[in-house]
Design a protein around this ligand. Structure first.
Ligand code: NAP
Length: 477
């Protein structure tokens, strides 16, 4: 089959794509920024087309000749009126899919029976309805998805790991029905191979959000005490999640809204239509997600999607200021590259690490991501992946890496390293770029220049030292 995957840079789409290829399908990926797809492991095996579901003109060619299209998109991360955007996007996509006579498979959220839906759940359900009315569509509905790097799993993981004693609202006793990401993917594959099937709930065992944390604690051998309190407003709970876990408020709100009401899947249709998918019990899903997290085998992560169309890449233009530092390093470029491309998350930012942590804290207070996003993998880095408050914009091993700042700034900033072979060693050049926005931008840059000079100088020297140490260790082996 010819298959189109939308949301290929997202958590679910990025995992589905290799499975479709393994099944022998011819796959096309619709992405807003093709440069980001270029870094994905599947990039050379798929046909990448640039498109935006909010721009109907880009959809005709993307769907041309396609038998099956996966709709794995939402725009909650872009803020504002996401419901209106997602409705418009679904309507455009449905019209284009109908014109192409293709089957659309959409993954939405479980809908609590007979309850008033939260804004987020209502929007997910509305997208499903728009697609089903506008074209031949199958809507799979899932609750919290448990997998390495998934937002639900990371929320449970960080809350349980970090809080030995938890004061939690009463609604954590509501029944919920999580599902392992591998099972979601199996259902998506099965649904794509079947006929358009309306709505199909999927889920594994029923438990409560409280027991999701308790089971996690058991699997990890942790003793945790959870004390229920009569009230804790969902908005406050989302802020608390934002404080304790890496999950930002914009993602924590829909996750919490998803467990505020009892949400149980009616899995009878799924069992009948796809009898050989046997959903993994929650405990096993946690074990698997933990194993992958510990072994660094996280394929995609909640922080992969940009959420909004990517900002322009670095370009030379008037007013762009730069801070250039260089060092001669007694180590080959491959080793130097490994060091600067492995910075951030648990390894932190060397030299003046307290200043980086303070910058992260200030950024969080200002509403930015701070350092909490970490990174998907300690060593691997692909274009578009988050690294603390940066995002990888240019990844060219073993020569060049450019990170784009996503911290709150009065302007736009990048940090780039170039490693050029020089005899037996490397000439390492580190360039910080800043495109100031008006007077506040200039005041920021020049006001902090002395501090930046010290920090950036320390950074390039620390990279050089680390690379030399690493090269020495490798020589001794
Ligand atoms: N992950 C879960 O736990 C979970 C649970 C239940 C249901 N679901 C459903 O599964 C689907 C996929 O979720 P996900 O977690 O994979 O989302 P995600 O990681 O946030 O990815 C969203 C994807 O949508 C793309 N996108 C957003 N706006 C777009 C636009 N206007 N045009 C083209 N692409 C656009 C993003 O591209 P950029 O990278 O360019 O931003 C990204 O690839 C959603 O329908 C969600 O409701 C997910």
């Amino acid at each position: 089959m010819r298959v189109l995957v939308t949301g290929a840079t997202g958590y679910i789409g990025g995992r589905l794509l290799p499975l479709l290829l393994a099944r022998g399908h011819r796959v096309r990926a619709l992405v807003r920024d093709p440069d980001r797809a270029a870094g994905a492991p599947w990039s050379s095996d798929v046909d990448v087309v640039a498109g935006d579901v909010l721009e109907p003109a880009s959809l005709g060619s993307a769907l041309d000749g396609v038998d099956l299209a996966y709709y794995l998109i939402h725009s909650m991360g872009a803020g504002g009126d996401f419901a209106e955007r997602d409705r418009r996007a679904a309507a455009s996509f449905a019209a284009a899919a109908r014109a192409a006579s293709c089957h659309v498979v959409y993954l939405g959220g479980l809908v609590p029976a007979g309850e008033v839906l939260s804004k987020h759940l209502a929007s997910r359900a509305e997208v499903g309805a728009v697609l089903r009315e506008g074209c031949d569509a199958t809507e799979l509905r899932a609750g919290p998805v448990i997998g390495s790097g998934s937002a639900s799993f990371e929320m449970v993981r960080y809350l349980t790991e970090r809080l030995p004693l938890m004061v939690a609202p009463r609604w954590i006793r509501n029944p919920v029905q999580p599902i392992a990401v591998d099972d979601v993917l199996s259902y998506l594959l099965e649904a794509g191979e079947g006929r358009p099937g309306g709505t199909i709930d999927v889920g594994a065992d029923v438990l409560t959000f409280r027991s999701m944390m308790e089971v996690y604690a058991e699997v990890r051998g942790l003793r945790r005490i959870i004390l229920p309190v009569p009230v804790l407003a969902p908005g406050l709970a989302a802020r608390w999640v934002g404080l304790v876990t890496p999950i930002p408020n914009r993602l924590a709100v829909p996750l919490i809204e998803g467990v505020l009401q009892p949400v149980i899947a009616d899995t009878s249709r799924a069992r009948r239509l796809y009898p050989h998918v046997e959903p993994l019990p929650y405990r096993e899903a946690v074990r698997r997600a933990l194993d992958e997290t510990v072994s660094g085998a996280v394929i995609t992560r909640w922080s992969d999607a940009l959420g909004r169309p990517g900002p322009r890449a670095l370009e030379e233009r008037e007013g762009l200021v730069r801070e250039v530092r260089a060092a001669d390093v007694a180590a080959p470029p491959e080793v130097v590259y490994r060091v600067f491309s492995g910075l951030g998350a648990d390894r932190g930012w060397p030299a003046w690490s307290w200043a980086w942590r303070l910058r992260g804290l200030l950024d969080r207070l200002a509403g930015g991501p701070g350092l909490r996003r970490g990174r998907r993998h300690p060593d691997e880095l692909r274009v578009g992946e988050a690294v603390d408050f940066w995002r990888a914009e240019l990844v060219q091993p073993p020569e060049r890496l450019r990170l784009r700042a996503e911290m709150r700034l009065p302007g736009r900033a990048w940090l780039q390293w170039d490693a050029r072979g020089q005899g037996e060693g490397t000439r390492l050049v580190q360039t910080a770029y800043f495109a100031p926005r008006g007077l506040p931008g200039l005041l920021y840059w020049y006001g902090l220049y002395p501090a930046h000079a010290v920090i950036f100088g320390g950074l390039v020297r620390a990279i050089a030292r680390r690379a030399e140490r690493l090269a020495g260790e490798e020589d001794r082996l």
